[in-house]
Design a protein around this ligand. Sequence first.
Ligand code: HEM
Ligand SMILES: *[C@@H]1O[C@H](CO)[C@@H](O)[C@H](O)[C@H]1NC(C)=O
Ligand SMILES: *[C@@H]1O[C@H](CO)[C@@H](O)[C@H](O)[C@H]1NC(C)=O
Length: 249
Amino acid sequence: MRGLFFISTLGSLASGFAMPNFPVKGHEWIPAGPQDSRSPCPGINVLANHGYLPRNGKNIDLPTLQNAVAAAYNYAPNTFDDVFAQVQAMQLSTTGNISTFNLADVTKHGYMEFDGSLSRNDFYFGDAQHFDPKIWATMVERLALNKVTKDPMSKYVTIETAAKARAARVADAMKANPTFNASALEVQGSPGTTALYLTTLWDDSVGAAPKEWIKMFFEFERLPFTKPKTQKTNTDIGNMFAKVQAVQV
Ligand code: HEM
Ligand SMILES: *[C@@H]1O[C@H](CO)[C@@H](O)[C@H](O)[C@H]1NC(C)=O
Ligand SMILES: *[C@@H]1O[C@H](CO)[C@@H](O)[C@H](O)[C@H]1NC(C)=O
C-alpha cells in the first residue's frame, strides 16, 4: 500500500499535476490568474474556477449562468435569473453589452456589494472584492470550522451557529467601519448570503453543512462535491432564509 501510494504520488508530481482534483472532465479546479475577472461572490467565482462559467470570468450571459448553476450546484436553471436581472437594472455591466457582465462588475460598492461580508473586508478599508483571511478568521472561530471532536455533529455547521456568526460579523463591521451603512439592501442581503451558502452546501442526510465544504468553498473557491443529487430551487433558498432570520441573535 505504502509503496503504491509513493509511486502514484511521484507519478503525479512528474506529470506536473496534483492528483486529478475534480472528476468532471474540463471542470478541474484552476484558480484565477491575474487577467481573469472575479467578484466578491464566492458562488460565482467557484463556477469560473471550475470552468462552468468562462474561466476568464468575462462576458457572462443569462443562459451561461443558468447552465452553470444547474451543472455545478444542481440549482434549477432559473434560480438566479432575478439576480442577473438586478445586475442589468443596476447597470453594473462594463462589457458594452447589457446582456452580459464580467464577474468584477458586481464589486461596485453600495449596489450588490455591501458592508459586513463574511469573507471580505468593507469597501471603506480598501478591498471588498478579494477573500480576506483576517476577516474570515473571525468566521472560522465562530463557526468552529477547525474544531472537530468525537461528536460526529462537530463536523457540521448548523443554521443556528451560522446565523449567530453572521450577526456577530456584521456587529464587528459596524464597530470597525465609521461609514458602515445598514441600508435596506444590507439588511436583506446579509442573511441572504448566509442562506445561500447553507443551501448550496447543505448535506440533506445530516441536516447541516459540512465544515470541510464551507472551508473549500470560501477559502479556495473550489467545489467540494460533484453535482448534488436533488435539485434546489428559489423555494429552498427562501425556506433557508426564513430559518436563518428566525434565529435569535
Ligand atoms: C448572478 C449570480 C450572482 C451574483 C451576481 C452574485 C453576486 C454577489 C455579490 C455582489 C456578493 C457580495 C455581497 C457582499 O458584499 O457581501 C455576493 C456574495 C455572496 N454570494 Fe453571490 N452572486 C450570485 C450567485 C451566487 C451563487 C450561485 C451563490 C452560491 C452558490 C452565491 C453565494 C454568495 C455568498 C455565500 C456570498 C457572501 C460572501 C461573503 O459574505 O463573504 N452567490 N454575491
Ligand atoms: C450581446 O450578448 C448577447 C448574449 O450573449 C448576444 O446574443 C449578442 O449577440 C451580444 N450583442 C452584441 C452586439 O455583441
Ligand atoms: C454608504 O456610505 C458611503 C460612505 O459614507 C456612501 O458613499 C454610500 O453612498 C453609502 N451607500 C449606501 C448604499 O447607502
